[in-house]
Design a binder for this molecule. Structure first.
Ligand code: NOJ
Length: 563
């Protein structure tokens, strides 16, 4: 496998609105990010992924773009952005931008023009269709509730929006649209940015026959995803994008791809197909969802399922292609609350989860606050939430289906996107030191004990442990290139695997339970090793042999196995 800088990198995702407010208006901004670059350098990451900072009416917090080459007023100016890029580069940090081109805002001039008349030269920039017998063109359900089609009375046609009605889908069949997007991408790359995270990029090619989707029992709408995920021309479009734009720069690309399988993931990332470097899949994020309520179900999850999913991706992309590794992002609940223990074992389980992820093969992504062990939040009132996905779901379930409010709030507490979006907790000062004004979204009340100041002071903090994880990747080729092998496949408590590279073996043991567990590893009979990283209370190892190791609750230990 060829060596590339993005294979050796650790990425830190910033959700600018919630990161750091420099001017007291309650909203994070670009100068606020620039102020914190040294903090990221100290953590040791070398790439920043910036969630959208473009001009937007903020129906979906910037994932609805009105102008691709302007900065959102609330975040600052283009000068602020240029300064951020320059300072980041100066400090050895690369910047990857979010690219949202499955859809624009309905306030983007292209859409305003497209909507103005059927004869508009930009009509075909978006997907307009006639209804059938007074009904939308298909029965598809939008990602943020309701139909994917919005009726426009003036033209008696509907436009497609897979997300909110303020996020109309671009028509990628139109070559002019593709050219406009490629020009815009080149404009940013010529500025010197270091790559793109591509929002739902596997949605850009739609099945041109627009069939109805299957309607699950108890549901009003059909599932259109088979007709817009990984559609018929997706590889052609990505290859074209690669040839016309990406291949001209030394950058990294990661495609966000709901519904992608490991086999498809490989097709998107195999080097000689010249499409993308890696993808974000969602299989492990779906492990506690499913059924008619989809992501909002509160299903129990099984460690064996999580292991099956993650190891399938490891094996499939072993020889060709490349994995991304993540537990969190701005759309997901906080991992320590989801797969760890956010009470008694908060720090310990946060470190364990970090270890389990960072020692796998692929490029790890840290979401802001993960390095503090930030947790989910549970505001009592729906009025304290801002995320339109949660608000729409609440309205639909409470008003339309008559669900119990308590029950709906519980779903939001466990799965809502605002869990990830509460402001970054910098200190124990008011509003966690995020702003001197009133934050756009309330701070998690636990900021007094969980904050950056605290973790920087504490040598045993999650932050300092993440530092070590990142250093280990930098100093050990096995962590980057080694072959992955799953052990103890059937254990519901222990996630164990090895990495092997040029005769060196690393053994990674992670206890996902709050009880002591014994790992029996027959492969390691008569073998001993040296601990190179652990979250144990005692960093000594009382077992001289590796075939029977007793793990503390939520322990993670990385062992270099003696030859
Ligand atoms: C995925 C993004 O991560 C999410 O935040 C956004 O709402 C949708 N795509 C639509 O752009």
């Amino acid at each position: 496998m060829a060596e590339q800088w993005w294979k050796e990198s650790v990425v830190y995702q910033i959700y600018p609105r919630s990161f750091n407010d420099s001017n007291g208006d309650g909203i994070g901004d670009i100068p606020g990010i620039t102020e914190k670059l040294d903090y990221l350098v100290e953590l040791g990451v070398n790439v920043i992924w910036l969630s959208p900072v473009y001009d937007s009416p903020n129906d979906d917090n910037g994932y609805d773009i009105r102008n691709y080459t302007a900065i959102m007023d609330e975040f600052g100016s283009m000068e602020d952005f240029d300064r951020l890029l320059e300072e980041a580069h100066h400090k050895g940090l690369k910047i990857v931008m979010d690219l949202v081109v499955n859809h624009t805002s309905d306030e983007h001039p292209w859409f305003v023009e497209s909507k103005s008349s059927k004869e508009s030269p930009k009509r075909d920039y978006y997907i307009w269709k006639e209804g059938q017998n007074g009904q939308p063109p298909t029965n598809w359900e939008a990602a943020f509730s309701g139909s994917t089609w919005e009726y426009n009375e003036a033209s008696d046609e509907y436009y497609l929006h897979i997300f909110s009605k303020k996020q109309p889908d671009l028509n990628w069949e139109n070559e002019k649209v593709r050219e406009e997007v490629y020009d815009m991408m080149s404009w940013w790359l010529d500025k010197g940015i270091d790559g793109f995270r591509m929002d739902v990029v596997n949605f850009i090619s739609k099945d041109p026959s627009y069939p109805d989707g299957e309607v699950e029992e108890g549901k009003e709408y059909g599932d259109g995803s088979p007709y817009f995920m990984n559609g018929p021309r997706i590889h052609e479009f990505l290859h074209e994008m690669n040839q016309k734009v990406l291949s001209r720069y030394d950058i990294m690309t990661v495609g966000e791809m709901p519904g992608v399988t490991p086999e498809q993931g490989k097709r998107y990332t195999v080097e000689d197909r010249n499409e993308l470097n890696m993808v974000f899949h969602f299989e492990h994020m779906d492990v506690d969802g499913g059924g008619p309520l989809g992501k909002w179900s509160l299903n129990d999850w099984k460690l064996t399922d999580l292991k099956k999913i993650l190891s399938k991706w490891q094996y499939e992309l072993e020889e060709e292609g490349w994995n991304s590794l993540y537990w969190n992002n701005h759309d997901q609940p906080r991992v320590v609350s989801r797969f760890g223990d956010d009470q008694e074992y908060r720090k310990k389980s946060a470190k364990m989860l970090g270890t389990c992820l960072h020692l796998m093969k692929g490029t790890p992504y840290i979401y802001q606050g993960e390095e503090l062990g930030m947790t989910n939040v549970a505001f009592e009132r729906i009025e304290d939430y801002e995320d339109l996905e949660s608000l729409n779901m609440y309205q639909e379930r409470v008003d339309q289906y008559g669900d119990d409010v308590k029950d709906v709030m519980k779903r939001i507490h466990h799965k809502g996107r605002d869990n990830a979006r509460t402001p970054m907790q910098w200190s124990s000062e008011e509003h966690g030191g995020f702003t001197t004004g009133t934050p756009w979204l309330r701070v998690n009340p636990n900021y007094k004990t969980i904050n950056a100041e605290e973790v920087l002071d504490d040598p045993n903090s999650v932050f300092h442990y993440y530092q070590k994880l990142i250093q280990l990747r930098k100093s050990n080729d096995n962590v980057v290139h080694g072959k992955f092998d799953l052990l103890l496949e059937n254990s519901e408590d222990i996630f164990a695997y090895t990495r092997t590279y040029e005769g060196e073996v690393l053994l990674i043991l992670c206890n996902f339970s709050n009880k002591e567990q014994e790992a029996e590893l027959s492969e390691f009979r008569d073998k001993s090793g040296e601990i190179i990283l652990t979250n144990r209370e005692e960093s000594t190892f009382n077992s001289p042999e590796l075939f029977k190791v007793t793990l503390e609750p939520y322990e993670a230990t990385v062992i270099s196995v003696d030859k």
